[in-house]
Design a protein. Sequence first.
Length: 353
Amino acid sequence: MRPTSLDLMPPRTTEPTLLRVLAGERLDPPPVWLMRQAGRYLPEYRALRAKAPNFLAFCYTPELAAEATLQPIARFDFDAAILFSDIVVVADGLGAKVEVREGEGPVFDPVKPEILRKLSVARVRKHLEPVYQTVRRVKAGLAPGKALIGFAGAPWTVGCYMVEGSGKHGFSAPQAWMRRDPAGFGALIDLLAAATIEHLSAQIEAGADCVQLFESWAGLLNGDEFYRYAIAPAARIARELKRRHPGVRIVGFPRGAGSMLEAYAESAGADAVSLDYDVTLAAGRAIQKRLPVQGNLDPELLVKGGTAMTTRVGEICKAFAGGPHIFNLGHGIVPQTPPEHVAALVAAVRAKP
């Protein structure tokens, strides 16, 4: 029998566009999602948040966290959902005392060397089981073609909060500890790396399609410190995740890495690098020659909206059109962002010139 025209058509795929780009494919338009796309800028999120007594309780209530994860997909039709959770849950899982206060962020009883022996990787999965239940709920509720992103904070970033106690006044305490007692501070980083592996692995087992590692305070590290406390732990996490879950894709976000960004792209084991908004388009294209890139609109332009925003969206899309690119912000959405600006951003990314 002669093949028909339908037989000769390429097969349709429901593989999420995000995963295709992470595998190295160039797509036009690029997939789009935004860091902190579930959050206080959405009225439906604020109504949902009011149902929980505190932020961590909200994160640990699967039906609420799953709904928060899916809200921006329903409203904006993003190409990916990112799990609604927080980077400090790994520390909470280890047994560190932490709360997340409204308008202040995470607050810890500062971790000191003598407390390390009381923290346990063995309790992480059991304590964080509600998070994995959320992943399963979201995965069941996502339409075909939408990716689910799991995430964790990188060890250096989570360690900064744990040692300092909060992020309100900088991070002099972890910087002093790592320089005074590299072995002791290294033990904390190793502990967090092991816990992060368990946490991300459990998310993948529950249904996450890929994961992102947030190194929010990479900019505090220089030279050898950057290699030791940012690159080496990320590479360890990536190796073990890929050993356990062959084919899993990992996005690294070393915010503020500056001149160390290329070293991170080369050695951290990530399949893609998310670019903060201070990374020039030329520097981003240099990274794109090695790996897919994600980013990098300034969140303040999203607040402003209008021509300034759409012009920059076009510049970013054009700059990265020659290779694999995921459109995103260079950091998270801020609470004062008008939702209609987010809708306009998605439309601009998907618009044909």
